[in-house]
Design a binder for this molecule. Sequence first.
Ligand code: BDR
Ligand code: CA
Length: 310
Amino acid sequence: RPQLLIDTDPGVDDALAILMAHADADIAALSIAAGNVGMAHTVRNARALVDLLGGGTPVFAGCGSPLVRAPGEDAAFVHGQDGFGDIGLPAPKAAVADEPAALALLRLTRERPGELTLVALAPLTNLALALRLDPTLPQRVARLVVMGGAVTGHGNTGTIPAEFNIGFDPEAAHVVFEAFPSFDLVDWEATLRHAFDEDAFDRWLRSGDHRADFYGRIAGTARAFNRKHERRGIIAADALAMAVALDPAIVIRSERRAVAVELDGRLTRGATVVDWAGRRGAAANANIVLEVDQARFGAMVRRALGAAER
Ligand code: BDR
Ligand code: CA
């Protein structure tokens, strides 16, 4: 089973990704970022998930704001004011560790060099801080999988080409994209190509266990938002990235390219600029995931929800 370090800002699709990780891997720790909503909520939501999954997973609170500029808009308008659909969750029981997330990432990868896959499902603030403290971090992780970016400029928040995780803290993304010689990038545009049919997904939710019940309840606001904006199907960016982290063989089509983050542009800050034609001469850092096996992705999601086959 893969051993995962998950940096996350739960978040409805983060929650599905974490349920998938719990079903198919071992979660060494959850390191928590601000993003979808503020740190108080993302930490609380992570603890609620740990409770749901029976406890025991360490939770590390991270940096509550982007590295340089004041945060832009959060994503409460999608995920709910509390990030989990405002369903009135009870206070969680799971503990939060004392150690800051960036330090925990460094320590855990030192204790288990080469063993852990880092899965980044949030703005990259914690990873950037860890890298600035210790630039050798990339040598100690088995893989890095990032959910972020919009590789042909069809973004979803902030400037037109920016995707939320990159646009919320572009400087952090820049640090990470420069420091890691190789990582898998699962972008927003791939996410839209891998939505699930709503009726099928509802059948999975109905046949699932307590995890399906929980997910169905927290996903209400996000689903309503998507419907209102004519985004079809169940869209779960972080779940797609998690599928790639859990099983690299699920990838059907990908391209290795140099990807950089735009930090300045008035109309383009937060864009992921892909050197599709190889003009810059920079070494390719990202393996851009373009297509995965949707049937296998669906099977992973059903396992995560305890749902019946098909
Ligand atoms: C990303 O932004 C967040 O709202 C989601 O949780 C996901 O990580 C999608 O752009
Ligand atoms: Ca997320």
